[in-house]
Design a protein around this ligand. Sequence first.
Ligand SMILES: [Zn+2]
Ligand SMILES: [Zn+2]
Length: 388
Amino acid sequence: MSLDVTDWYNRSSSGCSCGHTHYGLTVDTFSIRNGALYELRSYLLDKGWRDVHLVSDAQTNEAAGEKLVRYLSEEINVERTTVLPDRNGDVIADEQAIMQVITEASREADVFIAVGAGTVHDITRFASHTVGKPFIAVPTAPSVDGFNSMGAPIVLRKKKITYQTQAPVALFADLDVLREAPRAMTAAGFADILGKYTSLTDWSFGAVMAGEPYCPAAARMTQEALDQAVSAKDEIRMGTSFGMEQLFEALLKSGMAMSLFGRSHPASGGEHHLSHYWEMAFLEEGRKQLLHGEKVGVATGLIADLYHGEVLEKVFRDPALDAGQRKGIEALIGQLPTGEEIRMMLKAAGGKTSLAELNIEPALYEKSKAHAHTLRDRKTMLHYLNTV
Ligand SMILES: [Zn+2]
Ligand SMILES: [Zn+2]
């Protein structure tokens, strides 16, 4: 790939004087290219790691897991967990999946390897951290921005909580594998990136209005990721090699902005809170899960509608704000695309755009609009809309 990730990370973060802790990159190797899978064996041997525990699910076994096991087994002792789905056929990053990995992994394992999309990575991230082992990321779809971050969103007793655990030590993303990912997953990855429109708006708002911690370098990195994916949206829809590379780079950059800052502020605002709310409602009701990015994309359009509409109206009649603050917030919202513009971009990349396509009832949306801000202690505009 054209991007030297480590160099980009260091360049993007150097000179920032925000005063917050900047976390260094703990990933020592990034390989994002055709055939990257076949660099894993020499990486392991170089590290002296001869016992690995590979974590995947039935789908990702097919995409890359089986190939990788065959290839590694020539010189490496590979044990594995195929994470079992729930009764809807969904693999969930919950206590059962995590315990499955922990109980099946031998104490001898030097390192865990996650082979899959976001959920398999979250399970492996949490399980490996719990037993004090490093893990290697092998993404099989460009579907989320969390591959290289420390955060593991985990479902415990049907509640979703994000734990700061560990980033992978290395990431091998094989573009040949990513290109074969289901289109819906690629569109979901693009939609997760579009969520940065509203997350960045919320972050600026929270920093100015409520003193939320803010890092201009992490914000710039996230903006760069967003711009890169948006300019490649047609190639992403067509599934070209260039499109996959651009999307994957954008997802990595967004993940790295979170790594730098050590928290999810850059990449997660009101749109993610709506998405988390819907996800928990689906879990509660035992319904089949939706892709993370599908929910985030639709939520981003709705949040943009709200911010351009109800939030702006509230700002102009809020006696607690002075003229300068009103102007500031108006300008901030002015930079945000409208909900309609967001939906057009989602559509252009082949993604879902409406609640109806997600089978989310209007009543659930109304509930989430009123309560999703309570899921996180973060001063977003969605939070502002619901509080005095
Ligand atoms: Zn996300
Ligand atoms: Zn900073």
